[in-house]
Ligand binder design. Structure first.
Ligand code: DON
Length: 307
C-alpha cells in the first residue's frame, strides 16, 4: 500500500497548479468572495491518525454537508418514523429542485436535497425555539469535531437569509402538504444557519469519523449511532450525497460522500478512514470539481472503493 501522506502531498501539489478549477457558487453572494485557489485535504484513519495536506486548517462554509449531521440528529430524536416524512431515493434532479414535490405530495425524495433537509430541520425544531435548535446543531458539530472553535459564519447565514427565496418556496410548498410543521421562517432560519457552519477539513474529517467507524467515533471512541444506523446513513450518502451527480461520484470514487456548495466534500471509507476535501470551484451540478478529482485519485491510490 502506498504511503498515505505522500499520496495526499502529491494530490495537493497537483491540485494547486490545476488550471481548470470550476466556478465558485454565486447565488449566495458571500460564497462568491471565496478564493478559488484554495485546496485542503484531511484524512483520519481507523487507528486515529490524522493526515493533512494544503489548506486543511482553513475554515470554509460546509453548506449541504451539514445535511448529514442534521439527519443523524433527527434520526436520534425521532427514529425511523422520520422516513414517513422524507424518502431515501436519489432524486436525479438538482439539489434545489421543486418539481417532484407536486407529484410526490410534498414528500421530498431524500434528506440530502434542500427540500429533504428542510423537513429534517423542521423535525429538529420540535420542542425548541430556532435559537435553541441552532445551538443544538452547533454543539453536536463541536462535539463530533472534538473542537469548540467550530462556528457559524453569521455573514454567510445573513447572505442566505437575504437570497433564500427558493428554499422558502420549497418550505412553503411542503407546508401546503402539511410536511413542514413550524413557521416557514423558523425552519428556513435554522436551515440557513446550519448551512453557514464553518469548519476546516481537519475538523470535518474528525466529525465524519463515526460513519467510518460503524457508529463509533474514531478519535474519541464514543458511540454516536448504532452500527445499523451508520450503515444506513452511508447508504443514503452513497446514493444521494451528490444530487444528480451521485451516480457519477459512485462510479468514479466509489465511497459514500456528501458535497456542499462551499466546495467541501466529506467522504467515508467504512472501517478504514474518514476524509474531508475542500476546493471552492464547483462543477455544473454544484459539487467541488477538484474535490471530486482529488477523492477519485485518493480512492484509487489507496484502493478504497467499496466496490
Ligand atoms: O440551500 C442552499 O442552496 C445552500 N445553503 C446549500 C446547498 C448546497 O450546498 C448544495 N450542495 N451542493
Amino acid at each position: 500500500m502506498p504511503n498515505l501522506q505522500s499520496v495526499l502531498d502529491e494530490i495537493a501539489h497537483d491540485m494547486a497548479s490545476a488550471s481548470e478549477r470550476g466556478a465558485v457558487a454565486r447565488y449566495i453572494p458571500e460564497l462568491a468572495k471565496v478564493d478559488p485557489a484554495r485546496f485542503g485535504l484531511a484524512v483520519l484513519t481507523e487507528d486515529g491518525t490524522l493526515h493533512t495536506a494544503g489548506d486543511a486548517d482553513e475554515p470554509f462554509s460546509i453548506q449541504s454537508v451539514s445535511k448529514v449531521f442534521t439527519l443523524t440528529l433527527a434520526l436520534g430524536q425521532v427514529g425511523d418514523i422520520l422516513w414517513n416524512r422524507v424518502g431515501r431515493e436519489p432524486s436525479g434532479n438538482p439539489f434545489n429542485s421543486i418539481v417532484q414535490l407536486e407529484y410526490e405530495h410534498g414528500i421530498p425524495r431524500n434528506p440530502l436535497i434542500n427540500a429533504g433537509a428542510l423537513v429534517v430541520t423542521d423535525v429538529l425544531l420540535s420542542g425548541y425555539k430556532p435559537r435553541e435548535a441552532i445551538g443544538l446543531i452547533l454543539s453536536f458539530m463541536r462535539g463530533l469535531a472534538d473542537d469548540d472553535s467550530v462556528f457559524i459564519d453569521e455573514k454567510v447565514a445573513r447572505s442566505e437569509e437575504e437570497t433564500g427565496f427558493g428554499n422558502r418556496a420549497l418550505a412553503n410548498y411542503m407546508k401546503a402538504f402539511g410536511n413542514i410543521r413550524h413557521a416557514v421562517e423558523w425552519t428556513t432560519g435554522v436551515y440557513f444557519h446550519q448551512c453557514a457552519i464553518a469548519m476546516s477539513c481537519r475538523q470535518l474529517a474528525v466529525a465524519a469519523s463515526f460513519l467510518a467507524g460503524e457508529g463509533k467515533h474514531l478519535l474519541t471512541g464514543n458511540r454516536i449511532v448504532s452500527r445499523e444506523r451508520a450503515r444506513r446513513i452511508n447508504a443514503v450518502m452513497l446514493t444521494c450525497g451528490h444530487y444528480d451527480g451521485s451516480g457519477d461520484f459512485a462510479f468514479r470514487v466509489g465511497i459514500p460522500g456528501k458535497s456542499g456548495v462551499g466546495g467541501g466534500i466529506m467522504a467515508v471509507v467504512p472501517g478504514k478512514a474518514s476524509i474531508a476535501v475542500w476546493s471552492p470551484g464547483l462543477n455544473k451540478v454544484g459539487n467541488s470539481l477538484l474535490g471530486s478529482l482529488a477523492l477519485e485519485r485518493l480512492a484509487k491510490a489507496m484502493d478504497w472503493s467499496i466496490f
